[in-house]
Design a protein around this ligand. Structure first.
Ligand code: PEP
Ligand code: MG
Length: 566
């Protein structure tokens, strides 16, 4: 069994087709007639553009619009004036087209590979792909196409390039194994769009595995099982059947509104950490964003992001979501979320210490910068602001006053923003849940953060194995906090959502429906599963379950009872 990166769900069972890289060998030489060589280069560029346009059309048919755009991105790269122009300059200096193009591509690959941003690093793979394509045309080497691969083929290649992917016939390729590429690489995106199980970044895969070798690809667990035994085959065939059945079942929920069995409607939105994740929300059919954890914008860098950088990030998410709701939570650092350059002092008890809204209210400049960026972005979508770790009304009032102040400033400057922007809070401390009746009068909405609420209610640190048994949202104490928060929100007429992990817990869903939760915010890949779970419950039936569950005394009883009814 070999471990790699789980990049596209599902089980593939078949025989390996090793896609060996075609040797693109040439001897660099000087040319006598540079003008004619430039012409030869331009003809090759035209041919590659034509070929790539055909590949994009093929991908549009097999994978979809977004995937075709990846290939169309290649066309822009091929036509990039800097890449083309500088190559032609080198040719005019006497180099042959192959050497000139390779030099320029390698330079771009070097630049892109060293960038921090995963998307930019992905560009390096794209340039490698077009370099190989152009050299192949210049050298007259025949392209290796996977379109002839027979049914039951597992593709094995160092790197799955979009141009190889374009040749894939969905019914024939049952799995993909590569040596490079992460979850967000184009290879992974394409594999997922084609619904082909894929395990990427398997070290030395093309060295260990052989052409025609029987193999199982577990794209959900990120495992490759060469020469499977009879038992393994039986186990994975069964797993594949279950997976396909479940996927077909879930697909029925794509593009539908989220409704209970009685037709009651709910909002099913997603938790994101980066603006690019908004695309995943669309891909997985989420109805918006219930929690944008902005602290991720502050991580993996050495200084605070500027107002412009933050504005660009929030605006991007809003534009991708095209009017779907986007709840942006202000900076939530401290506790388990450390950002070295922010100079947080070591504390005896960081979870009870100087964190989240407490930190922001003391670091007003930082807070104002973020709020200005969010308010400016609010002109581009349905943005709402949410404060983390609220424990008392004063914090909410002070934070709201800052927003009002910035609104005046923006209005004076004539900068557009949403004047009626909703400002809500996370209910994730025992104090906020206890005070929910009072807070509900001053917050536009609640979102229950069960990750922290469970810890603060049970006085238990989930990282501490000795007390981890207490950490469960199904603890009767936590259920009471949740029920109270939702009830207080309902009585005050404000919407109450949940963005903690518990929102996707099938056992908890009937209780949440019964208590009156209106918005579920979950990870994007959970959307269809949660929509299906919700569809099973009418309010009446959920009430019956909740009534019984709330009489039970222990977490174990609650858990077992809910298990028996779902
Ligand atoms: C929570 O506490 O439930 C929550 C959603 O916030 P985070 O996980 O970011 O602390
Ligand atoms: Mg939290």
């Amino acid at each position: 069994m070999i471990k790699g990166t789980a990049a596209s769900d599902g089980i593939g069972i078949g025989r390996i087709l090793l896609l060996e890289e075609t040797a693109l060998v040439y001897t660099p030489h000087t040319v006598d007639d540079p003008a004619a060589e430039v012409e030869r280069f331009r003809r090759a560029v035209d041919a590659l553009v034509e070929e790539t346009t055909r590949d994009a059309a093929a991908l549009r048919r097999t994978a979809g619009e977004k995937e075709a755009l990846i290939m169309e991105g290649h066309i822009s790269l091929i036509n990039d004036p800097a890449l083309k122009g500088e190559t032609e300059n080198l040719i005019m200096g006497g180099q042959c087209a192959e050497a000139a193009y390779e030099t320029m591509c390698d330079m771009f690959i070097g630049i892109f590979s060293s960038m921090e941003d995963e998307m930019m690093r992905q560009r390096a793979a794209d340039v490698r792909d077009i370099k190989a394509g152009l050299l192949r045309i210049l050298l007259g080497v025949k392209d290796v196409k996977v379109s002839d691969a027979p049914k039951g083929t597992v593709l094995l290649t160092k790197e799955l390039t979009p141009s190889v992917t374009a040749g894939i016939k969905k019914g024939n390729i049952v799995g993909i194994i590569t040596e490079t590429g992460g979850k967000t690489s184009h290879s992974a995106i394409l594999a997922r769009a084609l619904e082909i199980p894929a395990v990427l970044s398997v070290p030395n895969a093309t060295g260990i595995l052989k052409n025609d070798q029987p193999v199982i690809v577990d794209g959900s667990a990120g495992l490759v099982i060469p020469d499977p035994s009879f038992d393994e085959l039986a186990h994975y065939t069964d797993k594949r059947e279950r997976f396909l059945k479940e996927r077909a079942e879930l697909e029925k929920f794509r593009g539908r509104r989220t409704k209970g069995a009685d037709g009651a409607e709910y909002e099913l939105v997603c938790n994101i950490g980066k603006p690019d994740d908004a695309e995943k929300v669309i891909e997985f059919d989420g109805e918006g964003v219930g929690l944008f954890r902005t602290e991720f914008l502050f991580m993996d860098r050495s200084s605070v992001p500027t107002e412009e950088e933050q504005f660009a990030a929030y605006q991007k998410a809003a534009l991708v979501l095209k009017g779907k709701p986007l709840i942006i939570r202000t900076l939530d650092i401290g506790g388990d979320k450390e950002i070295p350059y922010m100079g947080l002092e070591k504390e005896e008890n960081p979870f009870m210490g100087f964190r989240a809204i407490r930190y922001c209210l003391k670091k007003k400049d930082l807070f104002r910068t973020q709020l200005r960026a969010i308010l400016r972005a609010s002109a581009f979508g349905d943005i709402k602001i949410m404060f983390p770790l609220i424990t008392c009304v004063e914090e909410l009032r002070e934070a709201k006053a800052i927003i009002e102040d910035i609104k005046k400033e923006l209005a004076l400057l004539g900068i557009p923003f949403d004047r009626n922007i909703d400002v809500g809070i996370m209910v994730e401390t025992a104090a906020a849940a206890a005070l929910a009746d009072v807070l509900a009068k001053e917050a536009a909405f609640f979102s229950i953060g069960t990750n922290d609420l469970t810890g603060y209610t049970m006085a238990c640190d989930r990282g501490n194995a000795n007390v981890a048994y207490l950490y469960s949202a199904l603890q009767p104490a936590v259920l009471r906090m949740i029920e109270r928060t939702i009830r207080c929100g309902r009585e005050a007429g404000i919407p109450v959502g949940m963005c903690g992990e518990a929102a996707a817990n099938a056992k908890l869903i009937p209780l949440l429906i019964s208590f009156g939760l209106t918005e579920f915010s979950v990870s994007a890949p959970s959307v269809l599963r949660v929509r299906k779970c919700i569809s099973r419950w009418s309010k009446e039936e959920a009430d019956r379950v909740a009534e019984k569950a709330m009489t039970l005394s222990t977490e174990k009883e609650v858990s077992e009872y809910l298990e028996s009814v779902i």
